[in-house]
Design a protein around this ligand. Structure first.
Ligand SMILES: Cc1cc2nc3c(=O)[nH]c(=O)nc-3n(C[C@H](O)[C@H](O)[C@H](O)COP(=O)(O)OP(=O)(O)OC[C@H]3O[C@@H](n4cnc5c(N)ncnc54)[C@H](O)[C@@H]3O)c2cc1C
Length: 446
């Protein structure tokens, strides 16, 4: 694997934690600068949300990304180890990794925490947070092994691209009758892309939309918005050729207050009506005090995520701390609030730096920008002989072995994927994924 790193080469050795798009592109950028990279990943397989988030039938996009990732993962300077969690109580801790002699640690672990709104009923059965459901239907263990029943009427809180994906899943892959997307603000503040919405156009109920615009017309006009603009735009959109049975509608100007239940079963989402208030460039929603109930038996919160506080990096309000007030290198460097100093050589990139921020291209750009700062810092440190870099990498794999962690190198991921491709061919389906780590590890045991 690591030949380039043999006795006669000199360089730096960096651990990248997390092998989603940000971690993979960070590894590529580091390797291109001659660094030796150890890539540690919680999931057995690499890819992060590119593998377990991007919608089920976007095969072309996923295949293209997998191809790029494969190139990175077979670079002799990069050693991938899956099924390894770096966290308090994980396979390794941040403190342990810092002791092992890496020149830098780059955390690209995404946004694995949940953003709770703090409303009653948010943790009832039948109430999901989008990421968990997305991981479930994309078959990421252990979510793939848990049950996420979807009822007849699904209220999705949020109006971004993730809402569109969840609606897509509900109307095309489950038995639901109705999906209602709930927004605190109005139709002009929607956050999803129209291109993405095309995937659910066949479920979108235009009559209900017109009725909803009529209902909120006075409040839009009071905020200086023109409802007729929305109706004209609707009229210009081509009608879909086919229709799903399930209907998708919107409930605008509605702020979730609590999830209602009877006998432990979800019966609806209580909302407070809002009106729009312009503050400079921003339009915000202000509660009117009037409440009503959206009947629903399933509620999904698609309101973005937070980073995982248990990872062991300094954390506050859903984010890891980076150097305050520094827009350049410090924006990527982790800040230790106890010592009031940057944490030496510890960085964050991608969604770990800015939770739920944008598409793969943006995560890649963020990783590449972060790595420019890491490389500038490495240039101030003496390079090490290749053999020493190898010893640092081996110290981690040895530690994992000693702890009995069933770590999965990339060659083994490739074996698992080959078996999955065979299974897909046999079943005559586009894609097959094992739903549990146990099944994946069984393949390796033969
Ligand atoms: C539902 C959904 C649909 C999307 N659809 C699209 C789309 O169609 N097109 C598009 O371009 N973008 C899409 N995106 C956005 C895209 O997935 C993200 O921009 C991108 O994946 C973020 O990359 P990341 O590497 O920062 O984080 P992630 O992709 O989340 O990767 C994080 C990685 O870190 C690992 N990890 C987590 N915790 C630890 C730990 N403690 N120790 C070790 N490893 C850890 C995980 O196993 C994972 O591999 C979608 C996102 C979502 C949520």
């Amino acid at each position: 694997m690591a030949d380039a790193a043999g006795e006669h080469t000199m360089g730096h050795v960096v651990a990248v934690i997390g092998a989603g798009p940000a971690g993979l592109f960070a590894a590529r950028a580091l390797a291109a600068q001659g660094a030796r990279v150890l890539l540690l990943n919680r999931d057995v397989k690499p890819g992060g949300l590119a593998e377990y988030g991007i919608f089920l039938d976007k095969y072309k996009m996923k295949t293209g990304l997998r191809r790029q990732f494969q190139k990175i993962l077979t670079d002799p300077r990069v050693t991938y180890v899956g099924n390894v969690t770096v966290a308090n109580g994980g396979s390794l801790t941040v403190a342990e990794l810092r002791e092992l002699g890496f020149d830098a640690l780059v955390f690209a672990i995404g946004a694995q925490g949940t953003k709770y709104l703090g409303i009653e009923g948010e943790r009832l059965p039948g109430v999901y947070h989008a990421k968990d459901l997305v991981y479930h239907y994309n078959r990421l263990p252990p979510f793939s092994e848990q049950s996420f029943p979807i009822g007849r009427r699904v209220a999705i809180v949020g109006v971004g691209n993730v809402m569109v994906d969840i609606a897509n899943y509900c109307v095309h892959f489950t038995d639901c009758d109705a999906v209602i997307a709930v927004a605190r603000r109005g139709p002009f503040e929607k956050a999803y892309d129209d291109r993405e919405f095309e995937d659910v156009e066949d479920a979108f109920d235009r009559d209900l939309y017109r009725q909803e615009i009529a209902r909120i017309r006075p409040r839009l006009e009071a905020a200086g918005q023109d409802p007729d603009e929305l109706l004209r735009a609707l009229g210009q959109r081509p009608e879909p050729e086919t229709r799903t049975r399930a209907r998708l509608s919107f409930r605008f100007l509605a702020s979730p207050r609590r999830v209602l239940e009877e006998g432990g079963r979800v019966t609806g989402l209580e909302i407070e009506e809002t009106r729009l208030e312009r503050k400079g460039d921003r339009i915000s929603a202000v509660g009117t005090g009037e409440t009503s109930v959206i009947p629903a038996d399933t509620v999904v919160f698609a309101v973005g995520d937070r980073v995982d506080p248990a990872a062991g990096l300094p954390y506050k309000d859903g984010l890891y701390l980076t150097v305050p007030g520094d827009e350049a290198a410090g924006a990527y460097q982790v800040w230790d609030p106890e010592t009031q100093r940057p944490m030496d050589d510890v960085y964050v990139v991608g969604w770990a730096r800015r939770a739920s921020d944008g598409v793969v291209g943006r995560a890649r750009l963020d990783a590449e920008t972060g790595i420019k700062h890491v490389v500038a810092r490495l240039a101030t440190k003496p390079p090490r002989p290749g053999a020493e870099a190898e010893r640092v990498v081996a110290s981690v794999t040895d530690m994992l072995k000693a702890r009995g962690v069933p770590a999965v190198p990339y060659a083994d991921v490739a074996r698992i994927e080959a078996v999955e491709r065979d299974r897909a061919r046999t079943l005559g389906v586009e894609e097959f994924k094992f739903a549990s780590n146990r099944e994946m590890l069984d393949v390796l045991r033969g």
